[in-house]
Design a protein around this ligand. Structure first.
Ligand code: F6R
Length: 238
């Protein structure tokens, strides 16, 4: 659906997430960092504060994280998640499954996938779209059954994320990401896309060929309930 502005995007996205949580209070959920879903999280937080959204039984699975940071680095994506999503929604660390649970990252990824599978599948995934078509840090090319894994970030992603680090050279080049497999199996997926820099990729993802070069294109093959909310700046005037 195409919306006129960020307020509408946040409200509609929050409606979809809140509806899924109301239907299954013990939902497993993953939620992206980045700019696009921040308004949606603020709306959810306001509903939580007013008592309209009970988050007490949720389990949150981390979507992606840089490698090579010291624990508690403010620039970690888990730190960003805490500030923008977990704390405003009253979700304690004990209800969060982090990607890096200790030990070798490759081993932690296998432990993480096993934790999702132990709960069945994700109920809700709130995602943003990279300018190169990534979901989480599933960079092109990513196959649809890809597991949670260690990845090298693409030149596009390093460039896009340089604003948080000062320069491209300072962005960690390796990361871990939840794989497409578990994302695409989610019962409800809400992809939020905002801003003119996403115009080309959103049309490629939704209207171009489906394949690993545009990981988000696989949303068109997902079996769950997928909603893409695109603001006017990203969609254009068609
Ligand atoms: C971040 C993440 C990324 C972003 C994407 C869009 O956790 O998973 O895939 O969602 O890069 O970022 P924004 O919303 O900042 O344009």
């Amino acid at each position: 659906m195409v919306v006129e502005d960020g307020d509408e995007l946040g409200r509609l996205g929050a409606d979809l997430v809140a509806e899924a949580i109301a239907a299954r209070p013990a939902s497993s959920i993953t939620a992206a960092t980045g700019e696009s879903p921040m308004g949606l999280y603020s709306v959810l937080a306001a509903r939580h504060r007013s008592g309209a959204l009970d988050t007490g039984a949720l389990t949150v699975f981390q979507l992606d994280e840089y490698l090579g940071l010291v624990p508690d680095d403010r620039r970690s994506l888990l730190g960003w998640m805490r500030r923008s999503f977990l704390e405003p929604l009253g979700i304690p660390d004990s209800r969060v499954v982090p990607l890096l649970s200790g030990g070798a990252p490759e081993r932690a990824c296998a432990v993480f996938d096993a934790a999702i599978e132990a709960r069945g599948r994700l109920d809700v995934a709130v995602l943003g779209l990279g300018r190169n078509g990534h979901l989480g840090f599933n960079e092109p090319p990513s196959p649809p059954r890809s597991p949670t894994r260690v990845v090298e970030l693409s030149a596009d992603t390093l460039k896009d994320n340089a604003r948080y680090w000062g320069s491209v050279a300072e962005v960690p080049s390796r990361a871990v990401t939840m794989g497409l497999r578990h994302l695409l199996e989610a019962r409800r997926i809400v992809l939020v896309v905002s801003g003119a820099t996403k115009r080309e990729i959103v049309h490629r993802a939704l209207e171009g060929p489906v394949g690993p070069q545009v990981p988000a294109s696989f949303l068109r093959t997902a079996e769950g309930d997928v909603t893409v909310i695109v603001d006017r700046a990203a969609w254009g005037d068609r």
